[in-house]
Design a protein around this ligand. Structure first.
Ligand SMILES: *[C@@H]1O[C@H](CO)[C@@H](O)[C@H](O)[C@H]1NC(C)=O
Length: 187
């Protein structure tokens, strides 16, 4: 084989995988299928939750057609995870660089970093189980994530209002939404 072929072959394999992957979205046996609109109507008791849901599922292609609810659960869990990741980065930045932080704030932020290790572990487990269509213990994983975010919220709620507190509230809503969307899978 000449050099060009050696270079092109792996490239062709990559292109093939991308093309093959495009139409091939997640489905799990027995999981319901619906549009984004109907998923968000089902999981949201309030307008705020509905808006959050539409936002969380905005990246799902062809929202008007039916998708396996696992697709929605994955999108919501990924969104919650990304949000939590950003909050941990922010907490560590505050702890490391913000000289105006009071001792109380520093303690609270450190407690949050610890709590968020649990959040990330729980949501990581959710993502793995969704990916494997293995839903056993899924409800507990969501709840562990939610309770850990709330334990951080309860630390910062006592402090003066801060942008960090706002981030934690957003995480709380996103993990809560992920749980509600997960419930479409009858977990
Ligand atoms: C640093 O901490 C103080 C006290 O909580 C807060 O008001 C301020 O916004 C923080 N500064 C930055 C750059 O985040």
């Amino acid at each position: 084989m000449n050099t060009i072929a050696l270079i092109l072959r792996p490239l062709l394999v990559v292109v093939f995988l991308i093309v093959a992957g495009a139409g091939d979205e997640k489905t799990c046996p027995g999981s319901p299928s619906m549009t984004v609109e109907s998923a968000c109507r089902k999981v949201s008791g309030t307008q705020a939750m509905y808006d959050l849901c539409k936002d969380a599922l905005a990246g799902v292609p062809n929202p008007m057609s039916d998708h396996d609810a696992t697709v929605y659960a994955l999108a919501a869990a990924n969104g919650a995870m990304a949000s939590a990741d950003a909050t941990v980065v922010a907490a560590n930045e505050q702890i490391t660089y913000n000289r105006s932080l009071s001792g109380e704030e520093k303690e609270a932020y450190k407690g949050c970093v610890e709590a968020y290790a649990t959040v990330e572990h729980a949501m990581g487990s959710v993502l793995n189980k969704l990916g494997a269509c293995s839903f056993g213990g899924l409800a507990d994983d969501y709840m562990n994530g939610l309770l850990a975010v709330e334990s951080c919220r309860d630390r910062v709620i006592k402090l003066p209002a801060s942008p960090f507190y706002a981030m934690v509230l957003v995480d709380r809503n996103k993990v809560g939404l992920a749980l509600f969307v997960g419930k479409l899978l009858a977990i």
